[in-house]
Structure formats: structure tokens, C-alpha cells
Design a protein around this ligand. Structure first.
Ligand code: PBG
Length: 322
């Protein structure tokens, strides 16, 4: 035997030297859940270790993440039913909990990369990402609302807007609204290949944003498809997306690789709530090792071609690698 691949695995030092991919604190975006009120920190029951924070505590949480070196944050609002309506009006109210929080966050932490979520679902009384009429999700009418949300978030100081709704034409629509208003430097990270997934369950618990009827299959993608991811990426990039996303991440590593092989824009892997919950639940039962599996899944996203990872495990991974 002339060739023995095990020679390159014989010690920790050699394994580290021949490692093809690595994780760094710069790779992570940490998602945060915002609620109304003061001095509130409520654990999401299906996501142990993840909390919904009132703004005062959310600011403290960002400070502690900064001390670990995390610079990217994505904030999601959780609203009471009284703030929701058919047209997600609160989504573009400049004085909303969300837009006011974005403003405060940027005042206190001007150097972070603050990313937002643009979609109607946290504000929609129907729990959908688009306007609902006779059981249908309207596309072009929804774009106007998304455009208003984008503008309000840009005005609040967001650095990167994250359209997560999967309406057709949204990236181009939002880019035009931003440019017309002079926000030429506000970035768009599009949720490009977002699949209709069972792995979003805990997130919908956290935001109380589950659809009130039906599912999201007329706008989110079919897990059976990958050619369609190329069509979505082509459109988003041509419409002006600065960064694209694949979501969920674990069951879609082939999609990350496919987009990486075909496009040159940075790709984010969104390691979603259900993926977090699975590892938490199994490791709590002693069935898998949490530290080992979170490092393994995180490196897998990088190996597949992701530039960044949006992950609820961000703090844990960074503590393990530093
Ligand atoms: C909604 C949105 C969802 C997530 C991010 N933005 C859920 C959904 O489409 O229902 C999921 C994130 C996660 O599961 O961690 N526009």
C-alpha cells in the first residue's frame, strides 16, 4: 500500500494542518427574538437556551455577544394578536416595536451588521407572508407592503434587509424602493431558496406566527426541487440581491453547494429553529453529544459553500472554537 490516507489523520496537529475548512467568529449571524415590555426574558419552550427579549434585555444580549466577537445579528419581532391585521400594517409603522428597536440597536451599537426580516407573517392576522384573499396569497399586492416595510427598516438604520417571504419579484421591487429613497447603501440578503419546511415549527412558536389556515407551499419551495433554486437565485441576483440564503440548511447542503458552484455572491446557510431543537432534544436525552454535533453541522455548512451561518448555536460554537 503506497497510499495511506490515514497518515494525514494521525495526530491532532496534522489533522488541523490538512483541514480544508474552518469556522471563525466572522461566519456567524445570531438571530434574536424581540418582545414588547421591560425586563423580560422568556425562554422559547421548543428552543431551550433561546429567549424572547424585551428591548432593554435584547441590548444587553447584543453586548454580551459582542464580547464573544459576534458582529452579525438578525432580529425578529413577536407581536400580540392586537397588533396584527390583514395588511400587516404594523410592519411598516416607523414607531413600531420593531422599527424603534432597530433604531435603538444601531444607536447603541453602530458597528454591528444589523439584519432584518421582511415578511408579513409576524404582523399578519392570517399568519401568512402575503395578503390573503379568498384563500389565495396575492403576490403583486404584497410587494407594496414589503416595499413599505423595507423603507421603514432602512430608515430605522438597518444594514442588511432580509426578505424572507418568497413572493416573486420582491428583491427588485425592494431595491427600487430603497434606491428611489436614496438608500443605495442598504444591502439585501435574500432568502433565495427557502423551502416549505417542517423545520420552522419552533420559530413559529417563538413568534406565534403559524399560518391560521393552510400552509406556505404556494410560495415556499418544494423540498423535491433543486433546479428551481437556480431559477430563484438567478432572479434574486439579477434583481439586486447582495447575498443569498438557503434555508433550512441541514437537509439542503446540496442546494448550498449548487448555488456556490453557479454564483459568486456570498451564501448564508440558515440553520433553522427545528434543526436547533433536534440537537438540543437529542443531546438532553444523552443520545448525541451537543458540542460535537454543533461543530460538525456548522463546518458542514461551510464545506458545502456557505459564507455565513445564521445559527441559534452561534454563541455555543464560538465558545467552542475560541
Ligand atoms: C418567516 C420566517 C420564518 C423563519 C424566518 N423567517 C418561518 C416561516 O417561514 O414560517 C424561520 C426561521 C427558523 O425556523 O429558525 N417569514
Amino acid at each position: 500500500m503506497k497510499i495511506r490516507p490515514r497518515r494525514n489523520r494521525k495526530s491532532a496537529a496534522i489533522r488541523a494542518m490538512v483541514g480544508e475548512t474552518s469556522l471563525s467568529v466572522n461566519d456567524f449571524i445570531y438571530p434574536l427574538f424581540l418582545i414588547e415590555g421591560r425586563k423580560l426574558k422568556e425562554e422559547v419552550s421548543s428552543m431551550p437556551g433561546i429567549f424572547r427579549y424585551s428591548l432593554d434585555f435584547l441590548l444587553e444580549e447584543i453586548q454580551s455577544c459582542l464580547e464573544l466577537g459576534i458582529k452579525g445579528f438578525c432580529v425578529f419581532p413577536s407581536l400580540g394578536e392586537d397588533k396584527k391585521d390583514k395588511f400587516a400594517t404594523e410592519g411598516y409603522n416607523p414607531d413600531s416595536l420593531y422599527n424603534q428597536a432597530l433604531k435603538q440597536i444601531k444607536i447603541q451599537f453602530p458597528d454591528i451588521a444589523l439584519m432584518t426580516d421582511i415578511a408579513m407573517d409576524p404582523y399578519s392576522s392570517d399568519g401568512h407572508d402575503g395578503i390573503v384573499e379568498n384563500g389565495q396569497i396575492l403576490n403583486d399586492e404584497t410587494l407594496e407592503i414589503l416595499g413599505k416595510m423595507a423603507l421603514a427598516q432602512a430608515e430605522a438604520g438597518a444594514d442588511i434587509l432580509g426578505p424572507s417571504d418568497m413572493m416573486d419579484g420582491r428583491v427588485g421591487y425592494i431595491r427600487k424602493v430603497l434606491d428611489d429613497a436614496g438608500h443605495i447603501n442598504v444591502s439585501i440578503m435574500s432568502y433565495t431558496a427557502k423551502y416549505a419546511s417542517g423545520f420552522y415549527g419552533p420559530f413559529r412558536d417563538a413568534l406565534d406566527s403559524a399560518p391560521k389556515f393552510g400552509d406556505k407551499k404556494t410560495y415556499q419551495m418544494n423540498p423535491a426541487n433543486s433546479n428551481e433554486a437556480l431559477i430563484e437565485a438567478e432572479l434574486d441576483i439579477s434583481e439586486g440581491a447582495d447575498m443569498i440564503m438557503v434555508k433550512p440548511a441541514l437537509a439542503y447542503l446540496d442546494i448550498i453547494k449548487l448555488l456556490k458552484d453557479n454564483y459568486n455572491v456570498p451564501i448564508t446557510a440558515y440553520n433553522v429553529s427545528g434543526e436547533y431543537a433536534m440537537i438540543k432534544a437529542a443531546s438532553k436525552n444523552g443520545w448525541i453529544d451537543e458540542n460535537q454535533t454543533i461543530l460538525e453541522t456548522s463546518i458542514a455548512f461551510k464545506r458545502a459553500g456557505a459564507s455565513f451561518i445564521a445559527s441559534y448555536f452561534a454563541k455555543d460554537v464560538i465558545k467552542l472554537i475560541s
